[in-house]
Design a protein around this ligand. Structure first.
Ligand code: PEP
Length: 253
């Protein structure tokens, strides 16, 4: 059986006004989910306002979680709270969470993210784990790109499971920049990641695990990227705030 496509909409720190949420929810509810899993990552302040508003099976996936649970963790979100609200998915490892938006040192290491992932899985939820290289690494070529991604994947070696983990390959240079990876770049990188999983986890895991592409995906470039054998869906930022999100879902479904 082929891999079921999966598309996520990352609303990041948007919208500014609660009054805009209904429109964003409507964009998601317009998606045909019969051939594709869909999840949405609302801003933390808005999760509680929208988590039960999706009528087509789209799930809410918070943009982050802590690694400890409930208690004295100011500003954090616990997986236990997500479970209580009926959530099934959580996103971790986005480059904007790792700290690749101008902070002097990375905030979240891959080792910490593996700890978060174990916590998510232990509580019965599923995890979307984002990886991807910055521009100077891409400029060195595919071997350097793979080595960078492998470093991010290595702490996850024992927990990669097609049933519970989805990978989102998001080259940092393409997130929010309007510069999309070419279908050749996306396919080559996804295939290399899958090969590494085959050799270092298991062929069955490599065959089953879904790898989304993320980075300036939109309704225009989604059809070509969807045709790539190893692209199993998208993690969409900017275009998930627009009606075209449904077209991206339709392109891969
Ligand atoms: C993202 O936020 O994960 C993302 C890929 O953003 P954009 O689609 O805007 O590049």
């Amino acid at each position: 059986m082929g891999r079921r496509p999966i598309v996520g909409g990352n609303w990041k720190c948007n919208p500014a006004e609660i009054s805009k949420l209904d429109g964003l929810v409507a964009n998601i509810n317009a998606c045909d989910t019969s051939g594709c899993d869909v999840y949405v990552c609302p801003s933390p302040l808005h999760v509680g306002l929208v988590y039960n508003k999706f009528t087509n099976g789209a799930c809410v996936a918070p943009q982050n979680c802590n690694f400890k649970g409930c208690g004295a963790y100011t500003g954090e979100m616990a997986v236990d709270q997500m479970v209580d609200m009926g959530m099934k998915w959580c996103l971790i490892g986005h480059s904007e969470r790792r700290g690749e938006f101008g902070l002097p040192t990375p905030v979240e290491s891959s080792e910490l993210l593996a700890t978060k992932c174990k916590y998510i899985l232990e509580k019965g939820m599923k995890c979307i784990y984002a990886i991807g290289e910055p521009l100077p690494i891409r400029e060195k070529g595919i071997d350097a790109v793979l080595a960078y991604c492998v470093e991010q994947l290595t702490p996850f070696k024992d927990i990669l499971d097609p049933e519970t983990v989805v990978l989102a390959y998001e080259p940092v240079w393409s997130i929010g920049t309007g510069v999309t990876a070419t279908p050749e770049q996306a396919q080559e990188t996804h295939a290399a990641i899958r090969k590494w999983i085959s050799e270092n986890v298991s062929p069955a895991c490599a065959e089953g695990i879904r790898i989304q592409y993320g980075g300036s995906a939109n309704a225009k470039n989604a059809p070509e990227l969807s045709a790539c054998a190893d692209v199993d869906g998208f993690l969409v930022g900017g275009a998930s705030l627009k009606p075209e999100f449904a077209e991206i879902v339709a392109a891969i479904a």
